[in-house]
Design a protein. Structure first.
Length: 269
């Protein structure tokens, strides 16, 4: 099975991303600020360090405790589903209907309303893990996804190079140009796969093929190279030059809508 890849499909207007291959470490190290408090909407009492009596949700308080929970895993093996909140007073002020909305979100992995952000909670992030490796992330500011994606790409590329070299030297990669991240996120509106395992390194250039997926994925279609090629079309290449330390992208597709239009329309902040 191909495992060293990233699948990403985004909805800038509704501020969510569906991912495969972006790790919890990529996520928590990529967001601008680790939350001080999170609600365990999956009812994972054993992993919590506090409890809110009003809403009947277990919680975790403390940035280091939140980071440890996200990165190191979950004591009970439950699928991680959480969202941040600013204050206990905000959590205590939730109405019965608002609490029901959170229970619906935990059960269905989609909000009853357009997005899962609450004025009372002041939440910035919603993390909905899946049992098959797919995760759904919501961001109040969609730009949070830029750094997460960048960290994940670098991690996957290092892993691929290390696997192919007996005496691999650590590679200090430069940041990915904002314009390239912009193009990747724009491409991801249609559903994108970066297949690191199918990449090649020629003359100090590491070329990673980019694929477009016809529909939103809820199951793995990359059990093998043949299965991936049968279900997705290669439409570009992401390249890293290890000599010049420069990234480049070559896309053979046209975008139907300018991502800046979505940005200015309120979908991206």
């Amino acid at each position: 099975m191909l495992t060293n890849l990233i699948y990403l499909k985004v909805s800038p207007i509704d501020r969510f991303a569906i991912t495969w291959g972006i790790s919890a470490g990529d996520y928590i190290n990529g967001i601008s600020k680790i939350p001080q408090n999170i609600i365990m909407i999956n009812d994972d009492v054993d992993s919590s360090n506090s409890f809110n009596v009003h809403s009947n949700f277990p919680t975790i308080t403390g940035q280091s405790q939140v980071r440890d929970y996200v990165i190191r895993g979950y004591k009970t093996g439950r699928v991680p589903k959480w969202m941040d909140y600013k204050t206990k007073d905000g959590l205590d002020s939730l109405s019965d209907d608002e609490i029901a909305d959170l229970l619906y979100l935990a059960h269905m992995d989609v909000p009853r309303k357009r997005n899962p952000f609450s004025v009372k909670l002041g939440n910035e992030f919603v993390y909905l893990g899946g049992t098959n490796g797919f995760n759904r992330f919501y961001f109040r500011s969609f730009q949070e996804l830029n750094h997460i994606l960048e960290l994940s790409i670098k991690r996957h590329l290092r892993h691929q190079r290390n696997n192919k070299r007996i005496f691999a030297r650590p590679i200090q990669m430069k940041d990915i140009d904002p314009e390239i991240l912009h193009d990747l996120l724009h491409f991801s509106v249609e559903g994108m796969i970066i297949a690191f395992e199918l990449g090649q390194e020629v003359k100090r250039q590491v070329k990673m093929p980019l694929f477009r997926v016809a529909k939103t994925q809820t199951k793995v279609i990359w059990g093998s190279e043949g299965q991936l090629l049968a279900n997705a079309n290669q439409v570009g290449m992401l390249t890293y030059n290890t000599l010049s330390n420069k990234w480049s992208i070559d896309l053979k597709v046209k975008f139907e809508q300018d991502l800046n239009d979505l940005w200015s329309g309120g979908g991206l902040e």
